[in-house]
Design a protein around this ligand. Structure first.
Ligand code: UDP
Length: 250
């Protein structure tokens, strides 16, 4: 069911953000659309919105329970999440535990290599520019965030990584890498925002040896491996298997 909502604030590739009766709350709708390679590739997967909303809700709850501030408030319906309204910082913050994706295209680091330490990459969130990788100097020059905010973002991103890596490991899942977005709420508090889902994470199945078959995330779509939704469902099922906390829909 679609919850009562106000005007559309933002239309993204995989989500839509709507106003609510409360000025400082928004409703996030998770769509079935999947895009890759800066939206050059596009397909719809029936049920993806619901699965990503569920997974995101669970993961945000885990983070909140560990004291990580996020925009998440509650899951309003199957594909809908109520969240704090934030001003999104136009950065994509990627944490990598194992080399995959762009780092393997841009450096000689081999696919599947465990990185000696979690590696943090900042990208400028700008589709027209193709979300370019940023350096510290470019971040300073752009003036998007100050030094304190950068340190706070780095600390939070690494804490999220440590918590989620441990959580997924208990489910026999490997957190290869993921992307976070951050925003500030009306009080200026820095929050983890957006979503955390198989669309934005690489997750491998520890129970499967085959390099392709073990992929449970959006790489199944990017690489035309088939079974995209099955991968996502597998992640959700394992999370549900250990989660005892019912979500509040108030
Ligand atoms: N990612 C994302 N949105 C983006 C780019 C990357 O959610 O616009 C995620 C991606 O799913 C992966 C991680 O960030 O989990 C690292 O992505 P990478 O830089 O390797 O780029 P990709 O190979 O996805 O183009």
């Amino acid at each position: 069911m679609t919850p009562v909502h106000g005007q559309l604030i933002y239309q993204g590739k995989a989500k839509r953000i709507f106003q609510t009766a409360k000025d400082d709350h928004v409703l996030v709708e998770f769509k079935n659309d999947a895009t890759a390679f800066n939206a050059v590739k596009h397909e719809e997967f029936d049920g993806k919105g619901r699965i990503n909303c569920e997974i995101s809700a669970y993961l945000f709850e885990i983070l909140e329970a560990e004291g990580v501030p996020t925009h998440y408030l509650f899951q309003a319906d199957d594909c809908w999440m109520t969240a704090q309204r934030v001003d999104i910082i136009p950065l994509e913050v990627v944490v990598r535990n194992i080399a995959a994706g762009s780092i393997c295209k841009q450096t000689p680091i081999k696919y599947g290599k465990s990185l000696s330490l979690p590696l943090l990459d900042f990208y400028f969130k700008d589709d027209a520019l193709g979300d370019p990788l940023l350096t510290d100097a470019r971040i300073s020059e752009l003036g998007i965030i100050n030094t304190k905010q950068r340190l706070d973002i780095e600390t939070l991103a690494l804490r999220v990584n440590s918590l989620l890596k441990t959580f997924f490991n208990k489910l026999d899942l490997i957190l290869v890498d993921f992307k976070l977005e951050f925003g500030t709420n009306k009080n200026g508090q820095l929050l983890v925002a957006d979503e955390i889902s198989p669309d934005t994470c690489r997750i491998w199945d520890q129970r499967v040896a085959d390099q392709k078959d073990r992929i449970l995330d959006k790489d199944r779509f990017r690489e035309d491996l088939g079974g995209v939704l099955n991968g996502y469902v597998q992640i959700l099922k394992r999370i549900q298997g250990v989660s005892s906390k019912p979500r509040t829909c108030s």
